[in-house]
Design a protein around this ligand. Structure first.
Ligand SMILES: C[S@@+](CC[C@H](N)C(=O)[O-])C[C@H]1O[C@@H](n2cnc3c(N)ncnc32)[C@H](O)[C@@H]1O
Length: 225
């Protein structure tokens, strides 16, 4: 079934003005990125290799590259316009490389110290997430972390809906309807995702922070692997 054109157009427009809209819709957006960045490593000057999945317009990437000045970051995304915006935002960082590809199946021989993904995993179905967590486990070095910041399936989403309407009125309701009508959004529960991380082989799993139905959590690959 085709998506209702009004909703499809609204979603296209959402990406055109993403950087402005996301700050209104997610008042915790910067804090979420900060919490994710903090979990990458204790030593900020290490020569880390970091993989970012669904780097979008590059806002989290920018923060990571500032806070870990010696890190090399490979960003994977399949959205041409977002990649162009990120490339412009990150043009002064020589250690950033981008790859236009589907992040479920891209190829790289490299192993990474950390894998991060903000607001992207919810585009995968339950089964795709389970396969994906196994795929990412194999891409991490021993001791590495897979750090996720994303929306999950939860009744708390009503609080977020209320926040949107209280702060943005009609526009908030419109943004909510666009979100609910988007067939590309497939959030899973937090409990399922923590279980799937365990099943993929991660042995330390932590929930770091939460706002409405949005969470930062990670799985760490044992240093004995
Ligand atoms: C909502 S944006 C999040 C962008 C950014 N991480 C942030 O924190 O603002 C989701 C991004 O994931 C990308 N994406 C979704 N599914 C993808 C896939 N299967 N392969 C590659 N990129 C994907 C989209 O193109 C988009 O740029």
């Amino acid at each position: 079934m085709e998506q209702e054109p009004k909703i499809a157009n609204a979603y296209k427009e959402y990406y055109e003005i993403y950087d402005q809209v996301v700050l209104k819709m997610l008042p915790f957006y910067s804090e979420m990125h900060a919490d994710m960045t903090e979990q990458i490593a204790k030593e900020k000057t290490e020569n880390l290799k970091i993989l970012e999945l669904g780097f979008g317009t590059g806002t989290l990437t920018y923060r990571i590259m500032n806070e870990y000045p010696n890190a090399e970051v490979l960003g994977v995304d399949n959205h041409e316009e977002n990649i162009a915006k990120a490339t412009e935002k990150l043009k002064d960082f020589l250690h950033f490389k981008s790859l236009k590809a589907d992040f479920k199946s891209f190829e790289t021989d490299e192993l990474f110290d950390a894998v991060v993904s903000a607001l992207s995993i919810h585009h995968l179905s339950d089964q795709e997430k389970q396969d994906y967590f196994k795929f990412i486990f194999e891409k991490l070095k021993a001791g590495g972390r897979f750090i996720i910041g994303d929306l999950v399936k939860s009744s708390d989403e009503e609080e977020w809906h209320k926040y949107l309407v209280d702060t943005m009125g009609e526009e908030g309701e419109h943004r909510w309807q666009v979100h609910k009508g988007n067939r590309e959004d497939k959030p899973s529960t937090l409990e399922d995702q923590l279980l799937w991380l365990k099943q993929a082989g991660f042995d330390k799993i932590e929930v770091v922070n939460k706002w409405f139905n949005f969470y930062v959590f990670y799985g760490e690959k044992s240093s004995k692997n």
